[in-house]
Design a binder for this molecule. Structure first.
Ligand code: SAM
Length: 272
């Protein structure tokens, strides 16, 4: 018997594997877009436009500002195609945002209601390689929002807090409840705003910093003196003396700039 059912709509089923929790609250969509301060001639890249909850407002804001450029990167083939059909002013690329060449973006604003499962990895990478972006506004899981914006001294402060602060200023803008999405996620979300540091304040070679923060926060309950015992003692004691950090301190109280100094001082000694 012939199948007379309509072809599957891209809206048929949200894909859990792609973190598809679609934003349905238009007020929140508008608030996110307004955080981008869209002005004349702006170029905006959206990560994961999905069903276009933010994309429509982005196009509208650019129009109101007198025009600009709107692009989007979407991994889901059907949703990418649907957006091309419904919003021709947006250039949609079907691709994995985790492989996006962030270093090629100069002067762009980046926005996205990020899939929970890739948000931390994507922002870690974007922070390091996107010195040229002007501004970023991202929705992430609430807990991730707290970690991204955490300051030393709290339980949320960790490797990603240190890493991000060496590349950009981040603020926690507002919290979003699960009821703002379909399907509803199990947890709250948060919108964060990211402003890259000027090029001259960014790290020359961040690989050492990435290694040292990941290494130290593996042992977040241990004291820095113990954690750093495998390294050259003269370098480590000079670091304690310069920074005024006590050897009994735990990683969660060490400020980002002290981790940066540590990575620079340890240099080649660090081979973990
Ligand atoms: N922006 C839409 C909204 O606010 O309703 C959708 C947000 S949904 C949380 C995440 C979107 O990112 C989905 O459309 C999903 O298909 C897409 N996505 C998931 N993984 C991706 C990846 N690696 N690269 C690009 N897009 C991805």
């Amino acid at each position: 018997m012939r199948d007379h059912s309509p072809p599957e709509s891209p809206f048929a089923r949200a894909k859990k594997s792609l973190g598809q929790n679609f934003l349905t609250d238009q007020n929140i969509a508008r608030r996110i877009v307004s955080l981008l301060d869209i002005g004349p001639g702006d170029r905006v890249l959206e990560i994961g436009p999905g069903r276009g909850a933010l994309t429509g407002f982005l196009a509208e804001s650019l129009d109101k500002a007198g025009g600009g450029e709107l692009c989007a990167v979407e991994k889901d083939t059907a949703l990418a195609e649907h957006l091309r059909q419904t919003l021709p002013s947006c250039t949609v690329t079907e691709a994995d945002a985790l492989e996006f060449p962030w270093e090629t973006l100069t002067g762009w604003k980046v926005v996205g209601n990020l899939p929970y499962n890739i948000a931390s990895r994507l922002l870690w990478d974007l922070a390091e390689r996107s010195g040229g972006i002007r501004l970023g506004v991202f929705m992430v899981q609430h807990e991730v929002g707290l970690r991204l914006t955490a300051v030393p001294g709290g339980k949320e402060y960790g490797a990603i807090s240190v890493w991000m602060k060496n590349f950009c200023a981040l603020t926690y803008a507002f919290k979003v409840p699960p009821t703002a999405f379909s399907p509803s996620p199990k947890v709250d979300s948060a919108v964060v705003r990211l402003t890259p540091l000027p090029q001259e304040q960014r790290l020359g070679d961040p690989r050492g910093l990435a290694k040292i923060v990941k290494y130290c926060f593996q042992f977040r309950r241990k004291q820095m003196g113990t954690i750093l015992r495998p390294f050259a003692p003269e370098v480590v004691s000079a670091w304690f003396a310069t920074t005024g950090i006590a050897p009994e301190a735990r990683p969660e109280v060490v400020p980002p700039e002290a981790f940066l100094l540590l990575s620079q001082n340890l240099g080649k000694c660090f081979s973990a």
